[in-house]
Design a binder for this molecule. Structure first.
Ligand code: NAD
Ligand code: LMR
Length: 328
């Protein structure tokens, strides 16, 4: 049997963490031949609730779950970990934008970046989910000087999956028929869900939908979907966010399909003219545990304006938390 993969989930007693831990333990993230050890990190006030999550995990008797560590000490939570999934943070409520959380949540990610630097596996891969996710990933990486920027990513896979769902509905197709969906930019209202490169059963998307639908309905719907869910549930998305975490890490670890790509927010390397000082969602392909930004796409002027608007917002967010970026 393969050695167990260690997965740290922060905020594991929260809504997303609770939905995620069982998916990881059941083998959804790494496959049915890969044992896992869960290291669940919470704040002291949530330890009783975390103990309950631990009991339920035990009661599932998951064959692949080789150990569970429950802690409020980051040095234990991140010890030797292979994958750190940073969820623990405050969610927004009705009427807020995700960036309104920046001052409250930013400090969590500078502290956790330091702790990951000092205690995690040197090959750790980090996914930031807590909002504003792109800028929190920037902060965590900047506080982990021994690790590479490419080890830190933020989640736009939920937006990507939302976009697949809406396009499948519109075209009466299956999500599995659609390839080459792209989310560019920030996990915020300025994100740019982009269908121009999509194919449905290998045919160009514009055989089935037109530009007006994309501009007037699809793009704003995806941009506002998080708020739409908060409006309906009174709480932010949780099960779908956990599902997107499973997809993001699964594809990063095990690779993407040859004929497709996925969206991940990663440190910009200047591709598509995006400033290297931000974490930006790009189309990426993954292989052997590494991601590569897809090159050679030709966004039109409408699209470039949207990429630039999201870059501008990320540069503004960066300015607000500049004092938490000591090393880069
Ligand atoms: P929640 O309030 O239900 O849970 C958050 C949990 O984090 C709580 O249990 C809390 O005790 C814990 N926590 C807080 N600070 C912590 C710390 N320093 N260390 C460890 N744990 C800590 O919230 P939720 O619904 O699970 O959402 C969590 C975050 O994820 C929010 O910021 C939300 O906006 C964000 N989110 C992002 C996406 C995305 O697509 N990127 C999607 C959904 C939600
Ligand atoms: C989402 O996209 O559902 C999350 O980022 C939660 C939110 O605040 O919208």
């Amino acid at each position: 049997m393969k050695p167990a993969v260690k997965v740290t989930i922060t905020g594991a007693a929260g809504h997303i963490g609770y939905a995620l831990a069982f998916r990881v333990a059941s083998g959804d993230m790494f496959g049915q031949d890969q044992p896992v050890i869960l290291r669940l990190l919470e704040i002291p006030q949530a330890i009783s609730s975390l103990n309950g999550v631990g009991m339920e995990l035990e009661d599932c008797a998951f064959p692949l779950l080789h150990d569970i560590v429950l802690t409020d000490d980051p040095s234990i939570g991140f010890r030797g970990t292979d994958y750190a999934i940073l969820i623990g943070a405050k969610p927004r409520s009705k009427g807020m934008e995700r960036k309104d959380l920046i001052t409250e949540n930013a400090k969590i990610f500078s502290n956790q970046g330091k702790s990951i630097n000092d205690h995690a596996s040197p090959d750790v891969r980090v996914l930031v989910v807590g909002n504003p996710a792109n800028t929190n990933a920037l902060i965590a990486a900047a506080n982990a000087p021994n690790l590479k920027l490419s080890q830190f990513t933020a989640m736009t896979r939920l937006d990507h999956n939302r976009a697949l769902g809406q396009l499948a509905n519109k075209t009466n197709s299956l999500v599995s028929d659609i390839t080459r969906m792209t989310i560019w930019g920030n996990h915020s209202m300025t994100q740019y869900p982009h269908i121009d490169n999509c194919q449905i059963n290998g045919k160009p998307v514009f055989d089935l939908v037109n530009q007006d639908w994309a501009i007037d309905h699809f793009i704003p719907r995806i941009q506002r979907r998080g708020a739409e869910i908060i409006e309906a549930r009174g709480l932010s998305s949780a099960a779908s966010a956990a599902d997107a975490v499973v997809d993001h890490v699964h594809d990063w670890a095990l690779g993407t399909r040859d004929d497709d790509w996925v969206s991940m927010a990663v440190h910009s390397d200047g591709s598509y003219g995006i400033d290297e000082g931000v974490v930006f969602s790009f189309p990426v392909k993954c292989k052997n545990g590494e991601y590569e930004i897809v090159q050679g796409l030709e966004p039109d002027d409408f699209s470039i304006a949207r990429l630039k608007a999201s870059e501008k917002e990320l540069l503004e967010e960066r300015k607000i938390i500049e004092d938490l970026l000591p090393n880069r």
